[in-house]
Design a binder for this molecule. Structure first.
Ligand code: GDD
Length: 395
């Protein structure tokens, strides 16, 4: 693949965040030719390098009651050497959708002779593992794992750890284009190959997110992402004293990280997860608040943002759902100790203006699950390993 070289990298303490890099061409040929590294300002990432990272990567697909055809399409787009881990919170009663998801996965894996795992978020064995690991944050009042996409990501991460994977990528199950999924994973691999630190993250910026309104319109920004990015950038600008537009992936559902970074990162509940990841990195390693992780500070953290070639098309769930995502994302910024009075006032005004909060109301803080490094993750890993036959698609 050919990708723009990181043009400009901004630094906040130990965090290095690159401005979005465009994918220029999806393929760069198999043969090494003279000068095949690409023109000035362009990087060629060869297939061997992409394969190297794919082989070490698990792709976690969180799913809750999606169309089976979409799940099948998403899995079919994941490169063969990645381990697929589906974490489901779909209904089991009346119609057992979880079972149907397992059947779809099983069929695809049989046809293509690949392995995959599928785990239900509400499996009591997972809750028992969380209890043994003293990971009570993850549990709800019924003693089962809480609802939410963020929580599904944590279970996926632990399963990836059990499988010995070094990188984990997340891809929503409601993507319409398998070809986009293939590109996301290749972009993850390309990003990791460019990172300098073992603590690295790759976030996908969609080239277009088409809307259907009197024809197909290739819209660049979603309503939510535009607003979240603006306030994440404001938060950084007020701390550095220099206005920035570096953050363009505040809500990137499609993103990936090295296991080393994943283990030290707190994960917010549900849809707050992606923006909280950035906030936590700025809080813990941005050089403003104190931190104890000297090893991480030494190596730094690389955040790469990669703009795709493919457009992104996913299920549209209406305004109330979008408001829920926006409110939780803004809450992560609002409640950060890095957020000053001016940005807080602006966030409140924005949420009131959007009709999400009423005058005088404040965004409720989001639930944040501790990083894996703060719980007895080995105990969690052991319990999952014990049950691993149950989670493997091809026994
Ligand atoms: N396991 C599990 N558990 N999966 C869930 C849950 C849950 O409680 N809730 C949602 N999911 C799955 C959905 O089935 C889908 O595959 C994925 O998580 C994303 O959820 P959506 O409800 O489809 O979110 P969205 O498409 O509106 O928003 C996505 O994009 C936003 C950026 O535009 C999400 O990735 C957001 O987190 C992101 O901010």
């Amino acid at each position: 693949m050919f990708i723009e070289s990181p043009r400009y990298t901004e630094r906040f303490g130990s965090v290095r965040m690159s401005h979005a890099q465009r994918v220029i061409s999806l393929d760069s040929g198999a043969k090494r030719r003279p000068h095949s590294h690409g023109a000035i300002g362009v990087k060629r990432i060869d297939e061997e390098t992409i394969r190297h990272f794919e082989d070490r990567m698990a792709i976690v697909i969180p799913i809750k009651d999606e169309k089976l055809r979409l799940l099948e399409g998403v899995v079919s787009g994941v490169p063969h050497d990645c381990l697929v881990i589906v974490v489901s919170n779909s209904q089991r009663e009346r119609v057992d959708r979880f079972r149907m998801e397992g059947d779809v996965l099983d069929q695809l894996c049989r046809f293509t002779l690949r392995q995959a795992l599928i785990i239900h978020q509400k499996d009591p064995a997972i809750a028992r593992a969380a209890t043994e690991a003293n990971y009570v944050d993850l549990l709800d009042e019924d003693g089962l794992v809480r609802d939410g996409k963020g929580e599904a990501m944590i279970i996926g991460l632990i399963a990836a750890k059990v499988a010995g994977k070094e990188y984990v990528g997340f891809i929503d199950a409601d993507n319409y284009f398998p070809g986009s999924v293939l590109e996301y994973v290749r972009n993850y691999a390309a990003g990791f190959s460019l990172a300098q630190s073992p603590y690295s993250m790759v976030r996908i910026l969609w080239r277009y997110k088409p809307k259907i309104s009197a024809g197909l319109y290739f819209k660049k920004w979603g309503r939510i992402s535009e607003i979240t990015n603006r306030y994440l950038n404001s938060l950084i600008s007020t701390k550095t004293g220099f206005e920035t537009e570096v953050v363009t992936t505040g809500n990137a559902g499609e993103h990936a990280m090295s296991m080393q970074l994943a283990e030290i990162l707190p994960f917010a509940s549900a849809y707050a997860v992606e923006s909280q990841e950035l906030i936590s990195l700025f809080e813990n390693f941005g050089g403003i608040l104190p931190t104890k992780e000297s090893k991480v500070i030494e190596q730094g953290i690389d955040i790469l943002q990669i703009e795709t070639r493919n457009p992104h098309l996913h299920e549209e769930r209406g305004n109330q759902h979008l408001n829920e995502i926006l409110l939780s994302s803004m809450s992560t910024i609002y409640h950060s100790p890095l957020c000053d009075k001016e940005v807080r006032q602006a966030i409140l005004a924005e949420l009131i203006n959007q009709g999400i909060l009423k005058d005088g109301e404040l965004p409720a803080p989001v639930h944040i699950n501790s990083p894996l490094s703060k719980v007895k993750v080995d105990k969690f890993v052991n319990v999952i390993r014990k049950h691993s036959d149950k989670y493997h698609v091809l026994h």
